[in-house]
Design a protein around this ligand. Structure first.
Ligand SMILES: NC(=O)c1ccc[n+]([C@@H]2O[C@H](COP(=O)([O-])OP(=O)(O)OC[C@H]3O[C@@H](n4cnc5c(N)ncnc54)[C@H](OP(=O)(O)O)[C@@H]3O)[C@@H](O)[C@H]2O)c1
Length: 367
């Protein structure tokens, strides 16, 4: 609380002034404490910096005092250099996509959120200023109210994973009641979110997962859970599916997924090639090459199996977030929290992710 008040007293912008009654804000800049990525590398490159400048708060933006942020596999990949074609010129970055915390200031055009409310949400995958910071800035429509039934750590575990699953199942496949949905990799955060979204939509859900995740996947709503190390996976799936979400996206899972669909069904992988092409060839040439590679696969699979093939990329989406918020409030969607770390131990959290030590979302918290 003290940290928050002292920050607010040294505000520099109109939108902050409005909420803090600051009379001499223009002379001093806001600063915050953040975990910063100065260059690509191992978890040990992450640095804690105390005097990071907070950028101007845009008219539709909200300043959130972070209580918890999640560690996504994407954070570790960006830290290692994935997306360097985009991110390298923008270093240093602040990693982190999910946040749960308290609204401390809002832009002039923000309509629904108010100072003092507890919110959670997620930034877009390409955001440069992430949530590994004591203050995060998000668009109003990237946030929703946090139900009181959830802790900040439980809330921070949800949005990025659930929005990814929503994009695939609701956005692309437009799943409907009674359809059959297969989740390849149902034991992770996106997989468990996908199971619950499909279940809530009235679908029959089958998933593959590790032995340790079987109970979680079943509790999330999968009627059939199959150990991905077992033999003859194809035979165990029991019939064809309307939609397959492949969270693993390797050759074997892709082959299994596309051959398990009904004609007209949707195969969606989380391991699209767009970023890899851009990193190899540059943003423009890579973008064109990725588009060509995607279309080639789409045509091939359409001809061979009569199915729709798509790379799923997480997108912040106000409608999706509202939908997810409703399910969370109704107790129909949650993501298990695994290991937790102080935000200032983010490097340890990244080591934990890389060693696959956490069964559940790794969460960074601020007291
Ligand atoms: N394209 C996008 O926009 C986007 C967005 C979010 C995530 N992703 C990517 O999607 C993947 C999943 O993300 P996440 O947040 O769900 O990660 P996560 O929570 O770390 O889950 C990964 C899970 O994969 C499971 N797994 C590993 N190999 C498997 C296999 N051969 N078959 C079935 N399950 C397997 C493990 O499950 P068990 O515990 O059951 O062994 C593990 O829990 C990551 O690679 C991430 O980078 C992409």
């Amino acid at each position: 609380m003290m940290a928050r008040l002292s920050l607010l007293r040294v505000g520099s912008r109109q939108s902050y002034k409005k909420f803090i009654g600051c009379k001499d804000c223009s002379k001093r800049a806001f600063s915050c404490k953040a975990v910063v990525l100065p260059r690509f590398g191992s978890p040990d490159v992450l640095q804690i910096r105390s005097n990071e400048t907070l950028p101007d708060l845009g008219s539709t933006e909200v300043l959130v005092a972070t209580k918890a942020a999640a560690v996504n596999p994407l954070d570790a990949r960006i830290r290692e250099g994935y997306g360097r074609s985009l991110f390298e010129p923008l270093l240093p970055l602040i990693l982190g996509r999910d946040v749960s915390g308290e609204v401390v200031a809002v832009g002039n055009s923000v309509k629904l959120l108010h100072v003092g409310q507890e919110v959670f949400g997620a930034l877009h995958p390409t955001a440069v200023r992430g949530t590994y910071s004591d203050y995060a800035i998000l668009q109003e429509d990237q946030l929703i109210l946090k139900p009181t039934s959830l802790t900040h750590m439980e809330a921070a575990a949800i949005p990025f994973a659930a929005l990814t699953a929503w994009r695939a199942l609701k956005g692309t496949a437009q799943i409907k009641q009674s359809q059959r949905v297969l989740i390849l990799g149902g034991g992770g955060a996106v997989g468990l979110s996908a199971i619950q979204l499909a279940k809530a939509a009235g679908c029959h859900v089958t998933c593959t997962c590790g032995k340790r995740s079987m109970d979680r996947a079943a509790e999330a709503g999968a009627e059939l859970t199959i150990d991905y190390t077992s033999e003859n996976l194809r035979d165990k799936l029991g019939g064809r599916f309307d939609a397959v979400l492949d969270t693993i996206g390797v050759q074997e899972t892709e082959a299994l997924g596309v051959s398990s669909l009904k004609r007209g069904g949707h195969y969606m992988t989380l391991q699209g090639e767009a970023v890899n092409y851009a990193d190899r060839l540059g943003l423009v040439a890579g973008g064109a090459a990725a588009a060509a590679a995607l279309v080639k696969k789409q045509v091939q699979y359409k001809q061979a199996y009569g199915i729709e093939y798509m790379w799923t990329i997480m997108r912040t989406d106000a409608e999706a977030l509202q939908d997810i918020g409703l399910l969370v409030r109704n107790g129909q969607l949650k993501v298990p929290v695994g290991n937790t770390f102080s935000l200032w131990k983010a490097a340890d959290a990244h080591h934990c992710l890389e060693k696959k030590q956490s069964h559940g979302k790794i969460i960074l918290y601020l007291d």
